[in-house]
Design a protein around this ligand. Sequence first.
Ligand SMILES: [Zn+2]
Ligand SMILES: [Zn+2]
Length: 348
Amino acid sequence: MKNTMKALVYHGPEKISLDEVPVPKIIEPDDAIVRITTSTICGTDIHIWHGGMPEVEAPRILGHEFCGEVVAVGPAVRNVKVGDRCAVSCVTQCGECFYCKTATYSHCETGSWIFGYMIDGCQAEYARVPHANLGCYIIPDKLTDEDVLFVGDILSTGYMGAENAKILPGDVVAVMGCGPVGMCAMATARLWGPAKIIAVDTIQSRLDFAVKQGWADFGLNPLKCKVVEEINKLSHGRGADACIEAVGVSPTMKYALDAVRAGGNVSVIGVFEKPFELEMNKLWIKNISISMGLVNANRIPQLIDLIRAGIINMTPLITHRAPLKDILKGYDIFGGKKDNCIKWVVNY
Ligand SMILES: [Zn+2]
Ligand SMILES: [Zn+2]
């Protein structure tokens, strides 16, 4: 193994560069070192780049969505071995602390979301994966990296959004935001058998794409129609049984609260940079439930099984592919929503 590697390093708001840095080493007994074979840029990386997460200490290697080959393991790693191809959970979980044992894995006391945030991430040639026993998931032989690339982050996030929305067969589900996470929420919402999935976004090409892929049944563009009225028309005048907010800004949150029917569920998976005021004086009488949270990446094995069975296929999200040396261009294009980019994949 080499001593140094290329990595995308965050040096403070608006400052990122591709640097030569040391290759990570095993620190804890349950660490693995993974040679990264495929990674991505996530919307959260863009938030960090623009200074939206001031708690991130520079210098920090960004990135938390990846696949790779295990090249070294600590003595306490049992579930993977050197040479295994694996998809990696963006949330690190020990399996033994209070939060892991009470199924709030994303708040693991020695883990949680730390990749590319509190510790170095995956937009590099190698990464150290802490708590590898519950972090690395072997990729079945028949599947490629790209087939399973999103299980560790956006697909698990979309799944949690759909799960928290408590969808029942025949329900009407509205998803506010047709970005990669929103589309993952639509694709997984299907698993519960809703009658209609409605996508809402101001980018018409993304709405058309989500409908064409079969993830959404209807696309509503707030620039062209009155979203809440249209959702009412599609739901017997009641409003959606469940709304999933997948952007993290006030207008989409407001649509979700206005479009949900009395007694329905609002499930928030968008990452907010700013506070949002709930109009409790109007909302209390609506009997709705609002849920939110950082992804629990505890269903990765099932998501891989669903992908292998052909029930979920998120590879159409991949619109751009380029090697690590071009990743700054990726930040510009994906981060700026240019060139109809939905997901920028780094291949090595
Ligand atoms: Zn992410
Ligand atoms: Zn834990």
